[in-house]
Ligand binder design. Structure first.
Ligand code: ZN
Length: 170
């Protein structure tokens, strides 16, 4: 899959989890910076080993279980300065974003999940490359809509009280 899908699939999922909370007046689970981090970690396997060909992806270390394992320690270090509850939530969301990247690539060409110990490729072209650009477009449209809704609901003025009309003097 292409970067748009990798970035926006986890961001859109995070927004879909968060929007009902925001609608009910609760603090968002993920700040704008948190959503940005989730998007970056969604793209991370490709950012660590930029490639065009499928062979290059199949030779990369960033599309493997080893990468996902190392990411746990990296995320633990990167989020260590955050508040305890926020730390675990953001680290888990960022790890899931990278996991979703590998899952999406597994169904669109396959990943070398056990590299460097095995050349076995997990997955194949269940999703034809012809659908990759339309997929990016759909995720951009959905993501833009969800971000607009989030912004509107976060900045909505407090609802006025529904006071009963005062009785008219007679
Ligand atoms: Zn990839």
């Amino acid at each position: 899959m292409l970067l748009g899908t990798h970035v926006l699939l986890p961001v859109n999922l995070a927004l879909m989890v968060d929007l009902p909370r925001i609608r009910h007046g609760n603090t968002p689970l993920f700040s704008g910076g948190g959503l940005l981090a989730i998007g970056i970690f969604g793209a991370l396997p490709d950012l660590c080993s930029p490639h065009v060909s499928l062979d290059a992806r199949h030779a990369s270390l960033s599309h493997t279980c080893l990468f996902l394992g190392l990411l746990i320690f990296i995320l633990a270090a990167l989020t260590s300065f955050l508040h305890k509850g926020q730390r675990l939530r953001l680290a888990a969301a960022c790890w899931l974003a990278s996991f979703l990247h590998l899952a999406a690539d597994a169904v669109s060409g396959g990943i070398p999940w056990l590299h460097p110990w095995s050349e076995d490729i997990l997955g194949t072209f269940y999703i034809d490359p012809l659908w990759w650009i339309p997929s990016d477009i759909v995720f951009v449209v959905i993501g833009s809509s969800l971000l607009l809704i989030r912004r509107r609901w976060l900045h909505a003025p407090p609802r006025p009280h529904q006071d009963l009309p005062s009785p008219s003097p007679h």
